[in-house]
Design a protein around this ligand. Structure first.
Ligand SMILES: [Zn+2]
Length: 399
């Protein structure tokens, strides 16, 4: 597998050393050059990516969760004395599958449209993980391209774009998980259809299910013998949380996510939590985010990757080596406003580099959302600005 290691190694080194990002920003890496290199490199998936663990749907169980036991049994390889493999996980920001994003894709008759400029980069990672800030369902027609409307529902065919982009895991634990269109509301169908549509596309959903137990159960995928678990939770729109026997999304109650992390830690070597949290359009990390990240890491999470603010926030490393990225900003979204600034058209990709089960560091790859809501790597000047915003957010974070 061809891997590219541009000058972002410097950035990762600085993060690893606990120096934060400002120094890296002062000496920005050649992002534009790196982008060209990455996008010119043919995408190649590792042969070791276990299709059996991708929650491949059984015809009779398309709405069942990615149950831990089943995936684990299918995926765990025999012990090996080989040295730990290098594994890269790539995380993206919020995705809106509906509204103007869908309208553009429909007009082009190509559901791949939003991802055409970035898919090779996503496909090249060992695992690619996203955050779906909406629902994918044919239960109702998708709302039209009206900027002021907040109903983020895309049709089932939008899963084609996610599949093309190379997603392996997507969290559905967001405040839009049950968005259901304009014609008539639905109870749980939009969420349950979303889960089924993702599974049908070969993508393991995290953070949703027919019960709280299902919603808190991790999506499990093994790569090069390392077992990864992904848990989705949302702090936003608590009424969407699953109940004991009620469909919904992952709960942000501390007792719920701590228990889920501890259970996942028994099933996996690496636990990743994907919280939907924070204040929309704010670069400020809240006390709630900081405290929750610390609790998640204390419970056994190696990596916490958040979304929802639609704006980049800080990245930090904890004393035990775990890391938190508080918000990656938008990835595929139709927010073409932002009070005269660019921030809702910007984001970062977080590339986490593992050696076996050990998190070595992360690279931050700034993106810009261009016409047709297509994210691509930002040019050097904009990348420098985005990285500076990330650094400033961390510097001003609450203790
Ligand atoms: Zn959100």
């Amino acid at each position: 597998m061809v891997r590219w290691r541009p000058a972002f190694g410097l950035l990762a080194g600085l993060v690893l050393a606990g120096c934060g990002l400002p120094m890296a920003v002062a000496a920005p890496p050649p992002v534009a050059a790196a982008s060209a290199t990455a996008l010119a490199t043919p995408a190649e998936r590792p042969t070791a990516l276990p299709s059996a663990a991708l929650a491949t749907p059984r015809p009779s169980a398309t709405r069942a969760p990615a149950t831990a036991g089943a995936a684990l049994t299918a995926a765990v390889p025999p012990a090996s004395a080989a040295p730990p493999s290098s594994i890269e996980l790539l995380f993206t920001g919020d995705i809106n599958p509906g509204r103007c994003v869908y309208a553009k894709a429909k007009a082009a008759d190509d559901m791949r449209l939003p991802y055409l400029g970035i898919a090779p980069l996503l496909q090249a990672a060992d695992l690619t993980i996203g955050s779906l800030d909406g629902a994918i369902s044919d239960y109702n027609p998708p709302p039209p391209c009206v900027e002021t409307h907040r109903n983020l529902l895309g049709p089932a065919e939008m899963a084609q774009g996610l599949q093309f982009a190379g997603y392996d895991v997507i969290t559905v634990a967001t405040n839009h998980a049950k968005d259901c269109g304009l014609v008539r509301g639905c109870q749980h169908e939009a969420l349950l259809d979303t889960l089924a549509n993702l599974r049908a596309a070969g993508i393991a959903p995290a953070g949703g299910g027919r019960s709280l137990a299902e919603a808190m159960a991790p999506a499990l995928i093994t790569v090069h013998g390392v077992r990864f678990a992904f848990i989705g939770v949302t702090a936003v729109n608590a009424p969407l949380w699953a109940g004991a026997n009620t469909p919904g999304v992952g709960s942000f109650r501390e007792e719920d996510y701590v228990a889920a992390i501890q259970r996942a830690r028994e099933l996996a070597d690496v636990v990743v939590v994907l919280p939907h949290w924070g204040r929309e359009f704010s670069a400020e990390i809240s006390y709630q985010q900081r405290e929750a990240a610390q609790a998640m890491v204390a419970a056994g999470a190696a990596l916490v990757v958040g979304n929802h603010p639609h704006r980049v926030q800080g990245v930090e490393r904890f004393p035990n080596g775990a890391m938190a990225a508080y918000a990656l900003g938008n990835f595929v979204f139709d927010m073409t406003w932002s009070d005269g600034t660019l921030f809702t058209l910007q984001g970062i990709l977080l590339r986490a580099r593992f050696r076996g089960a050990a998190l070595e560091g992360v690279d931050l790859l700034p993106i810009h959302i261009y016409d047709d809501f297509q994210p691509r790597l930002a040019d050097a000047a904009e990348a420098e600005q985005i990285l500076a915003d990330v650094a400033a957010s961390m510097t001003s974070a609450p203790p």
